[in-house]
Design a protein around this ligand. Structure first.
Ligand code: SAM
Length: 256
């Protein structure tokens, strides 16, 4: 009896970086992180990745397969880098829906798209990736950039994205992954656990959120595990591209 109860209690916990927290608590802890980082988000992205995130996103956008006039969804859009690229690809006759669970991040995305001149054909919806509030089979392409790592139930999020994808449509998951750095691996760890939190403290007065960033990357499924998770949710023709030696990976899956 006691063992069964312990097992149930263990099951109800999940990772928040290296911490184990009750399943239901992760969403609000993640919200706290992004409320805190929102004002400095773009600057920190450039500084922390030495600008590489722009190349990773460009690589992703080049693989959407989108054509003018089509419909795209950006999940966990943050300040809207990928959303903007999607909007450029589908053009004035297409449609882009920009979603994030966090209102402060979504405001950044809205400003970015408005400033770039995208108005009538872009919608902003505050939504949880695990339960997307759209009808079935309505998007030609879905992107989620550096978002899946933060979602509590990744299988539910993949299932939800599968549901709203049109047959033949593509999901692109851009996310930190397991790097193959050989002798440089200790340097990556040093950078992640010593430099990043200090940069966070210096530039955003927030070391804890950037410690969470490094820890959550280590807890995220590696390339093969994520591909398996996508296949379990029904995605086919899954491909994985390692970027910057696998520090980041782009997974693409198709709904047939
Ligand atoms: C690291 S940011 C990535 C933003 C953007 N896609 C990019 O590539 O720069 C992660 C985003 O995921 C959002 N997020 C976290 N959990 C989420 C969830 N369950 N559903 C939707 N968005 C979520 C956060 O609010 C945050 O804006």
């Amino acid at each position: 009896m006691a063992t069964e109860k312990n097992a149930q209690e263990r099951e109800a916990l999940t990772d928040f970086g290296y911490e184990r927290v009750p399943w239901h608590e992760k969403r609000s802890r993640v919200k706290g992180v992004f409320d805190s980082v929102a004002p400095h988000y773009d600057l920190m992205n450039d500084v922390m990745s030495f600008g590489l995130h722009r190349l990773w996103k460009r690589f992703t956008l080049a693989r959407t397969g989108l054509k003018p006039g089509q419909a795209a969804l950006d999940v966990a859009a943050g300040s809207g880098d990928l959303s903007l690229g999607l909007a450029r690809r589908v053009g004035a006759k297409g449609r882009v829906v920009v979603t994030d669970i966090n209102a402060s991040m979504l405001v950044g995305a809205r400003d970015r798209l408005l400033n770039a001149g995208f108005v009538g054909n872009v919608a902003f919806v505050q939504a949880d990736a695990e339960a997307l509030p759209f009808s079935e089979r309505c998007f030609h392409c879905i992107s989620i950039g550096f978002g899946l790592r933060n979602v509590t139930d990744k299988a539910a999020a993949l299932q939800s994205m599968y549901r709203v994808l049109k047959p033949g449509g593509r999901l692109l998951v851009l996310e930190f992954s397991k790097p193959h750095l050989g002798a440089l691996a200790p340097l990556y760890d040093l950078y992640s656990f010593q430099v990043l939190p200090r940069l966070g403290q210096l530039l955003a007065d927030d070391a804890a959120s950037y410690r969470y960033l490094a820890e959550s990357i280590r807890r995220h499924p590696d390339q093969e595990a994520l591909r398996g998770l996508m296949e379990q949710q029904g995605f086919e023709r899954c491909e994985c591209y390692n970027l910057s030696a696998g520090i980041v990976a782009l997974h693409i899956g198709v709904r047939l």
